[in-house]
Design a protein around this ligand. Structure first.
Ligand code: C6P
Length: 428
């Protein structure tokens, strides 16, 4: 992908280091933490932002700041065109039929809540079933539990095989029958790094007459994601996990389904006409966007999508997979660690740039506190996957997660830091 440089790798299994052409676009990465160069490996929590995104947001506030859809003056027209232009970029990025299928939300969590409260309340009856998987993030469990309490619907789960972290699909067709109306699953697990076969799962849901939702929080910025190729009814993501700002994300919904759904919040912009006794709803997508939206956030998200297109989503997927395989191999060489998720290379669907591990006898919070002293930013905890952790029998894991600006040298720094933590706790 990029030319090799001469420094020899420290671990025998490491790929050769290479020059990373994107790193210079990320000012925040150029700093020391605790006297060591920052090694930011917490990208599944949030990614860093390139200069191009930061500039798009500050240019909006410096030159165009105004409210959208309301004013006739020049600044309002510019703000509206920036905001609606960003929606068109999201539609193109996801392969949607058009911008009417894209609803801006605060992120993945809010998008799932929108579907649960609007589609769910309108369509589910007592005894209906919602199917999830055992590897879902809390954001794709709790809104459905709340919906079940309101409607009398029930939950069922596609099982996870074990620490290797695959879905056991042997009973999927049975689970999709028996009153199941809705199937929501994660494309990529934020703890296990598993990439689920989204197109196949949605096809099987469709054949069973079940509506599908794909949680693309960990995939939309990491691999090509095409809603028509996947064949989902809904897909949700967060801008901040793909070089965009926090507080903005989107819901993709198939137009015919969105059209039939009631609004979920009332207020300005989502109406076409209001009288004292009743109101009429606006057309898509505005029906689902009440009140002044995050205009700068949407413009920043649009800039992030432009940036990701210049890097290339296949390139990002391959770079993530290369770093995950390198991390897996060097962490295994460190010893005393249990690695979770599918072993790189063995899982046909590929593997994301997320490597979770448990150090024998040491809590993940201690591991992550000590790696931070080496300048290495990891996440330790249950990663909002408490039921999965309970099932696998771990209270928490340490997690390294990668993006295209991370380098092979940083994987060496990770392994060195983990080696230091292990030495510390084993008294060497
Ligand atoms: N996972 C992580 O460190 P929000 O907070 O709405 O942007 O995203 C929620 C969410 C939903 N689904 C998946 C698969 C996710 O990974 C996340 C966020 C972060 O793993 C924070 S817990």
């Amino acid at each position: 992908m990029v030319p090799p440089v001469s420094d020899p790798p420290q671990f025998p299994s490491m790929p050769r280091p290479s020059v990373n052409p994107w790193r210079a676009d990320f000012p925040v990465l150029d700093q020391e933490v605790n006297g060591r160069p920052l090694v930011y490996l917490d990208n599944a929590a949030t990614t860093q932002k390139p200069r191009q995104v930061i500039e798009a947001i500050s240019n909006y506030y410096l030159h165009d700041n105004s409210n959208v859809h309301r004013g006739i003056h020049t600044l309002s027209a510019r703000a509206t065109s920036g905001f609606e232009g960003a929606r068109e970029k999201v539609a193109r990025f996801l392969g949607a039929a058009g911008p009417q299928e894209i609803i801006f939300t605060r992120g993945t969590t809010e998008a799932i809540n929108l579907v649960a409260q609007s589609w769910g309340r309108a369509n589910l009856r007592p005894g209906d079933r919602i199917l999830l998987t055992e590897m879902e993030h809390h954001s794709n469990i709790v809104p459905w539990q709340m919906l079940c309490e309101r409607t009398g619907a029930r939950l069922a789960y596609v099982p996870v095989t074990g620490p290797e972290g695959l879905l056991d699909l042997s009973d999927l067709d049975t689970l999709l029958g028996g009153g199941t109306k809705f199937f929501a699953f994660t494309h990529t697990s934020n703890t296990l790094g598993t990439v689920n076969p989204a197109a196949d799962l949605c096809r099987r849901a469709r054949e069973a007459g079940v509506v599908s939702l794909v949680d693309a929080a960990q995939s939309a910025g990491h691999r090509p994601v095409d809603v028509r190729g996947i064949g989902c009814d809904f897909l949700v993501f967060s801008g901040h996990k793909m070089c965009g700002p926090t507080g903005i994300g989107a819901l993709y919904g198939r137009e015919s389904i969105l059209d039939a759904m009631p609004p979920w919040q009332g207020g300005g912009d989502m109406i076409s006409r209001v009288d004292y006794d009743k109101s009429r709803w606006n057309t898509l997508p505005h029906k689902f966007e009440a009140g002044t939206p995050d205009i700068a956030g949407a413009i920043g998200l649009g800039a992030a999508l432009d940036y990701l297109e210049t890097v290339g989503r296949e390139t990002i997927r391959d770079h993530d997979a290369m770093l995950a395989a390198a991390a897996w191999n060097v962490l295994r060489e460190v010893g005393g660690l249990t690695l979770l998720g599918p072993e790189p290379g063995l899982h046909p669907g590929g593997r994301a740039g997320v490597v979770s591990f448990v150090m024998d006898g040491v809590h993940a919070h201690d591991v992550v506190t000590l790696t931070d002293r080496c300048g290495v930013a990891l996440r330790g905890g249950h990663h909002c996957n408490q039921p999965l952790m309970k099932k696998l029998g771990y209270p928490a894991t340490s997690r390294a997660s990668f993006y295209f600006y991370n380098s092979v040298e940083e994987i060496t720094a990770l392994a060195d830091a983990i080696g230091e933590v292990r030495a510390f706790f084993s008294g060497h």
